[in-house]
Write a protein of this length. Structure first.
Lengths: 112, 113
């Protein structure tokens, strides 16, 4: 059974710092891995999706990597801004099914 | 604006009452999902509909029923609400499983007293 873990649960950094959020999964037979952002009281917004055949995806200041052999994905945020403050969730979708397993998220606070 | 629309946004129910959460998408997506989000537990899949006319159980289906009314609409029904069903419920859709990302609604915050 797939399990997705995100550590740390919360992170506070000063503005301008580069940071890495971690996501680990137990079953390496994933179809894709997706990173989401969730603002308080809101739904989830898709940030990046990495297919199992890919190693990384980039969008602006965000870069997500995928290492299936180690069961890890990281989300790199460059030059963090207060507007980046939100909860970031990763989700792994397994081959052959429609089920996606979500991590509990990392709550990020970027101080001005 | 195109997207996933959920109603209502907030609801308070008494134990034993029933209600239906509505979800509609206008992106011509094939698959639709219902998740619940509880503090510290991430999102858990309740039911999904891979395509119009089909529905399947997810991780936590007990106490819920769903209906895929047509390609656009996917409703979630609580027949006899329990305090354990207090949660935030999200509907999501995806064009086809695998190659595309999910689009989420803004959620329904349900409290059962």
């Amino acid at each position: 059974k797939q399990e997705v873990t995100q550590i740390p649960a919360a992170l506070s950094v000063p503005e301008g710092e580069n940071l890495v959020l971690n996501c680990s999964f137990t079953d390496s037979a994933i179809y894709n891995l997706q990173w989401f952002r969730q603002d308080p009281g809101k739904g989830l917004t898709s940030l990046l999706l990495i297919q199992s055949s890919q190693r990384e995806q980039t969008s602006g200041r965000l870069n997500a990597s995928l290492d299936k052999s180690s069961g890890r994905s990281t989300l790199y945020i460059a030059a963090s801004q207060p507007g980046d403050s939100a909860t970031y969730l990763c989700a792994a979708s397994n081959t052959g099914g429609f089920k996606t397993i979500f991590g509990a998220g990392t709550r990020l606070f970027v101080k001005a | 604006n195109a997207g996933v629309t959920q109603t209502p946004k907030f609801q308070v129910l008494k134990t034993g009452q029933s209600m239906t959460l509505q979800c509609a998408q206008d992106m011509n997506h094939n698959s639709m999902y219902w998740y619940r989000q509880d503090p510290g537990m991430g999102l858990r899949l309740i039911y999904y509909s891979a395509s119009e006319g089909t529905t399947d159980k997810g991780e936590v289906p007990n106490g819920y029923n769903v209906s895929r009314l047509n390609k656009r609409e996917f409703s979630l029904r609580l027949e006899s609400a329990a305090p354990s069903q207090t949660s935030v419920y999200f509907c999501a859709s995806i064009k086809d499983f695998g190659g595309y990302g999910y689009t989420f609604g803004s959620g329904t915050r349900l409290t059962v007293v």
